[in-house]
Design a protein around this ligand. Structure first.
Ligand SMILES: Cc1cc2nc3c(=O)[nH]c(=O)nc-3n(C[C@H](O)[C@H](O)[C@H](O)COP(=O)(O)OP(=O)(O)OC[C@H]3O[C@@H](n4cnc5c(N)ncnc54)[C@H](O)[C@@H]3O)c2cc1C
Length: 571
């Protein structure tokens, strides 16, 4: 039996980021082996079928990748990706839109829409919006010796070029609320956008991340994507296309193969050692050019590399990285009849079908009450059900040719997601949300909150609530740590050149050659901006002469090469 193997590149973790990186590198002609601990690849991008004919999304749901260069560079359509999106069709931005508050529907005004379009650079010509998204997420952090300022931060350059009247140095200090207060009109619309940012990436109320917060909301909406839940087969369908692209270019995936150790020899990552119970006989896998950890940053350094190779002070800083980004409680509702809105929430025709909602977006007071519970006091929610904020997609938003529920006379709606404290930091302990009867209490709490707008959630109609708490999500996906859905805290000191620690921001590990980071917790910009980590990391791997792409490759226009290295935009 084989006991050793050698590849150009070994990647730990077949989640979204490990797989994107594998697809890019295999397309460069490198031999790539991806090792995955679970029996299945995909990480937190999965769809499961708890009852025959009833599919749910325990984690990822929305397509945050509309502006990714990866669509062109990896050509996912060739590998089965299908989306309800015609690049030549005009996206209707001027239809009536409504926000859900306790009093009923709040109409989004023309000033809201025009103000939003302006700050998102949509009024500045065809490419400006896409440039803003790409400058914010699909661009690697600048080299550490480049002093960041208002002229060289990529999104600032986009404003200066395309929307100079929005550009001000203060954009770098503002919260998203500050920015919206200047350009938008109604409070519910502003609160809804800040909430989408809060549950997507940079938080709407954090100082200094106004633009990343704005863009993390914008990248999941038109015109970036036609509708948030648009991929056929949802996010797992998207993942299938990604893994097929990687395999078609020759990458090898091995599941049930947990990596126990990254082998470091003479200051260089030389390969990995699998755990003894890995199902692959070759327990040592050597890497000629690079080892890339696409597993969580903490186990990468604390367990797989370990103190033997690292400075104690550095390890302590890894231990201290905050995971307080917040977690999401996810639930789906299986019913006999379709949901019916209460009278005050019925959308005027033609949009009278239930397509989902963001509730309760009434005021900043409510927003901060939720934030205070989740991120401040870190305790199970102490709010009344009508004060809880959540978002929900309804079955009608999924691709009609690939419905979530195929059982006759049954309907599944969801997920409904609500931010809750990260279990690791819950003042009442890790399992505060999962103890006996607590789970049922949260299901009932969310049902009561949803019943504020849906009138037929009675026992006669509701067959079952299928929910997963953050701890249950962590059990499903070993890539998550402490039940935090975003990995790390989402404020200024963990963004871009600071993420996750300044010396690691360019995906390299100083002091260990040939070792790179690609997990959402370890890399700018994380997970939601699809294909961003793989694309950004490519710049660094080209600089280090690990990868040599063909003419399909183009670098970010805002990328700054590292002195003395081969520039990625000359490849
Ligand atoms: C509730 C929830 C909702 C979300 N909603 C969305 C959404 O709407 N849209 C969106 O785009 N994203 C969403 N996300 C986030 C998205 O799922 C993640 O950002 C993305 O999955 C991160 O990819 P990753 O590859 O960095 O990490 P992961 O998906 O965590 O993958 C890491 C992989 O590494 C494997 N691994 C770990 N340790 C080892 C080891 N020692 N050896 C081998 N393998 C190992 C794990 O099993 C896992 O498969 C959501 C996440 C959650 C939890």
């Amino acid at each position: 039996m084989a006991t050793e193997e050698t590849y150009d590149v070994v990647i730990i973790g077949a989640g979204h980021n490990g797989t994107t990186t594998a697809a890019y590198l295999a397309k460069c002609g490198l031999s790539v082996c991806v090792l995955e601990e679970r029996p299945e690849s995909g990480g937190a991008q999965e769809t499961v079928e708890p009852l025959a004919g009833v599919r749910i999304q325990p984690h990822a749901i929305a397509n945050y990748g509309g502006s990714a260069p990866g669509w062109e560079q990896l050509e996912l359509w060739k590998y089965g990706f299908r989306m309800d999106w015609d690049p030549n069709a005009t996206v209707e931005l001027d239809t009536d839109r409504y926000i859900f508050t306790r009093d009923g529907l709040s109409r989004v005004t023309d000033q809201d829409k025009m103000g939003w379009a302006k700050i998102a650079c949509m009024l500045a010509g065809e490419d400006a919006f896409r440039d803003l998204m790409r400058a914010t997420f699909w661009c690697p952090p600048h080299p550490p010796d480049v002093e960041l300022n208002e002229n060289n931060i990529p999104f600032m350059q986009v404003y200066k070029q395309h929307q100079p009247d929005v550009w001000t140095r203060e954009l770098l200090e503002m919260t998203m609320f500050d920015l919206m207060d200047e350009y938008l009109e109604t409070e519910p619309f502003k609160v809804s956008q800040a909430y989408i940012a809060l549950s997507s990436g940079a938080h709407g109320h954090m100082e200094g991340v106004a633009i990343p917060a704005l863009c993390s909301a914008a990248t999941v909406m038109p015109p970036a994507v036609a509708k948030p839940v648009a991929a056929r087969g949802n996010m797992h369908g998207y993942f299938h296309a990604l893994i097929r692209a990687a395999i078609a270019h020759g990458a090898v995936f091995r599941t049930c193969c947990p990596v126990e150790e990254i082998i470091i020899s003479n200051g260089r990552a030389a390969g990995v050692r699998l755990r003894d119970d890995a199902t692959w006989a070759a327990k040592t896998i050597w890497a000629r050019k690079a080892v890339i950890s696409a597993a969580h940053i903490k186990p990468t350094f604390l367990d797989m590399i370990g103190p033997r190779h690292l400075d104690a002070g550095f390890l302590q800083r890894i231990k201290d990285l905050s995971l307080k980004g917040g977690s999401l409680y996810m639930s789906h509702y299986l019913t006999r009849d379709e949901f019916r809105y209460r009278d005050k929430y019925r959308l005027p025709p033609p949009k009278d079908a239930f397509t989902g909602a963001f509730f309760n977006m009434e005021s900043r007071e409510i927003y901060f009450k939720n934030v205070e519970n989740v991120l401040g006091r870190q305790e199970n929610l102490t709010l009344a059900p009508d004060e809880a904020m959540w978002g929900m997609v309804a079955s009608s938003l999924y691709d009609p040719t690939n419905p979530q529920c195929t059982r006759p006379d049954r309907h599944i709606n969801g997920p409904l997601w609500m931010m809750v404290p990260t279990p690791q930091y819950n003042v009442d302990g890790m399992t505060a949300m999962d103890k006996a009867d607590e789970k049922k209490k949260w299901d009932e709490f969310m049902r009561a909150s949803l019943a504020c707008i849906v009138e037929n959630l009675d026992d006669d109609n509701l067959i079952r609530i299928i929910s997963d708490s953050p701890l249950e999500q962590e059990m499903r996906n070993t890539g998550m740590l402490g039940g935090s859905w975003y990995g790390i805290r989402c404020d200024r000191d963990q963004w871009w050149n600071e993420r996750p620690l300044p010396e690691l921001a360019r995906y390299r590990v100083p002091g260990i050659d040939g070792l790179y980071l690609a997990h959402q917790s370890a890399a700018h910009p994380g997970g939601l901006c699809l294909m961003a980590v793989g694309y950004n990391l490519m710049h660094i791997l080209i600089e280090d002469e690990v990868a040599d792409p063909g003419d399909w490759w183009y670098a970010s226009p805002w990328y700054i090469p590292e002195e003395g290295k081969r520039p990625a935009n000359a490849a």
